[in-house]
Design a protein around this ligand. Structure first.
Ligand code: SF4
Length: 287
């Protein structure tokens, strides 16, 4: 068995920033430290942080002292105000790429555009963008067929969730142009994600099977799974090494392993080592 990794694995800078903020607050031991929602979408990392004392909360109603760290996906600005009113220290860990999407949404709203966001309605990033333009109706599209729901009479301004698949974004924009003729488009897909998608696509074309490692709740990791499946590549979506299906994996001669931007580099390297130790004959190790 030959095992290949793309060059981009491990945390992105947005995730690193959020984790560093949390760790440094925990080390200060100056009172309780909370994360409003899961700080990043990786259960293993959240487990480690909760062992160190961080508590994940879904709302602010039950707390009135301590430090609250917001997630890299952004947050409803009214919650930051609510936290401050409650006497909490609020640390905003919103990733700069996500903050840029929020800023563009506000700009489009001020310019009287009908905002269309490409992404997943239920994702925290999309919810936070919506919350930043509270007086504006925002359409959220996750596939090209949904373009028919967009009114034909308004000026359309398009933004996109930072973790969206580039191909899906382009297909939806093409349909919007067909329907409306002229639209204003901001490609707000995160640069790190775009690069990962390119590398994973190239890798998936070269191997018989792909293992994508990351939280099942991680949008950008799931997009990598969909990308590999769209290339008709056998794809395994695993959260941890215990999820590996050796009975099936033993049948492949070439395997690629990749992960989302909230997947620790060490888990991917561990999985590679486990497969090498189990299935790679001496002298066959290439990577
Ligand atoms: S994936 Fe991109 S947008 Fe999301 S936290 Fe990382 S750098 Fe920021």
């Amino acid at each position: 068995m030959r095992i290949f990794l793309p060059s981009g694995i491990g945390f992105c800078f947005g995730v690193i920033n959020a984790l560093q903020l949390a760790k440094s607050e925990l080390e200060k031991k100056e009172g309780p430290v909370y994360s409003l929602g899961e700080l990043i979408h990786n259960p293993l990392v959240i487990e480690q942080l909760t062992k160190k004392g961080m508590r994940v909360i879904s709302n602010l109603s039950s707390i009135n002292k301590g430090t609250v760290i917001t997630r890299a996906h952004g947050i409803d600005p009214s919650l930051i105000e609510e936290g401050k009113k409650r006497g909490l220290r609020v640390i905003d860990a919103t990733c700069p790429y996500v903050a840029k999407v929020q800023k563009i949404a506000k700009f489009l709203s001020q310019q009287f555009y009908q905002i269309v966001m490409i992404g997943s309605e239920s994702h925290p990033e999309v919810k936070a963008v919506k919350a930043n333009v509270p007086n504006q109706k925002m359409y959220v599209l996750s596939n090209p067929a949904q373009v028919k729901n967009i009114p034909q009479s308004e000026n359309i301004g398009v933004i996109v969730q930072t973790t969206e698949l580039l191909d899906n974004f382009q297909n939806i924009v093409k349909n919007l142009v067909k329907r409306r003729g002229e639209i204003r488009v901001f490609n707000t897909i995160c640069e790190v994600i775009r690069q990962r998608q390119i590398e994973v696509k190239n890798l998936a074309k070269k191997v018989q099977a792909m293992i994508i490692v990351g939280g099942h709740n991680s949008s950008n990791t799931y997009q990598l799974v969909k990308l590999c499946q769209s290339l008709k590549r056998k794809t395994y979506f695993v959260e941890r090494k215990e999820d590996l299906n050796f009975d099936e994996l033993k049948n492949f001669e070439t395997i690629g392993i990749a992960g989302g931007t909230s997947t620790p580099r060490e888990i991917i390297q561990d999985i590679k080592k486990i497969l090498e130790d189990k299935f790679t004959k001496e002298g066959e190790k290439l990577n």
